[in-house]
Design a protein. Sequence first.
Length: 255
Amino acid sequence: MIVNAHKFREKFAAGQKQMFTGITITDPAVTEMLSDSTDGFWIDLEHNPTNLETMLAMLIGARAGGTPAFVRVPVNDDGWIKRVLDSGAEGIICPQAEDAEAARRFVTACRYPPMGRRGFGPRRPTNYGRNGGQQYLDDANRNLVVILQIETVGSLEQLDEIVQLEGLDGLVVGPYDLSGSMGHMGQIDHPDVLAAIEQVSTTAHAAGLSVGVGMAAEASHAERAFKLGADWVQCGNDFEYMIRFADQLKQQVLG
């Protein structure tokens, strides 16, 4: 039962820029309380010790706040994909797809036949069995947001093939890993990296796909990403927001 992902799609269709917030803190109150301050959540299982039970609580908090919540799986693996989707994620993000074949495996694992090969066993997405049948299958294939992360030279070189995959909704660039794959580790403002982001945006848009860019909580980075063609940014994480404001407030109070 996907109830908020349409907000992401509608804003993209209207040309409205969006900001997503990375979620790492395990209290589900975080997604609930930040819902009015963001366009969506990026719940990260790749670089955080978040388990599936905690992820589920975050998804519930996001739904309570009426905000789309996308989950980045730790690896391109059918087992992870099924458990995340069957827990009710409204969007899913795949990291480190090396090439078009890896991208195809990911996308088909997210879609039910005949579009893909997703195994059937949803719980929460069917309102715990109340809303099953063909209508559920059609809604799941239509409403789930499937996003592939471009952060390797291999995926960049096969971009034209990747964007033609049926069932793929968007791409998101991981600038740090992409810079490393291109031989410029950490130089996210290197001309080659910036040109690659622009290439991803142009190619994806030509295929009707949305484009995101991940980054730290820096408004200047977001502004640059939008100029390079991004439709949305994952601009920082919950812990960054807390630390930055706390440090700023302490400086203001104590001088």
